[in-house]
Design a protein around this ligand. Structure first.
Ligand code: SF4
Length: 60
């Protein structure tokens, strides 16, 4: 179940990275990205999805 970041609506606030730094990082483009090889089953993923202020995170 891959995590999807909607880069059209992501504002690069860094909340997801703060809550779940093993999975998310905000790049130089000021958009969140899922780290290569990240364990997407970590519990903090749900926290990040629920805390994203723009609703840009989802699980496909
Ligand atoms: S919490 Fe949402 S808006 Fe903020 S950087 Fe992460 S995906 Fe983007």
């Amino acid at each position: 179940m891959p995590i999807k970041v909607d880069t059209d609506t992501c504002i690069g606030c860094g909340v997801c990275q703060s809550l779940c730094p093993d999975v998310f990082e905000v790049g130089a483009d000021m958009k969140a990205h899922v780290k290569e090889g990240a364990d997407e089953s970590l519990g903090c993923v749900d926290d990040a999805i629920n805390s994203c202020p723009t609703g840009s995170l989802s699980i496909e």
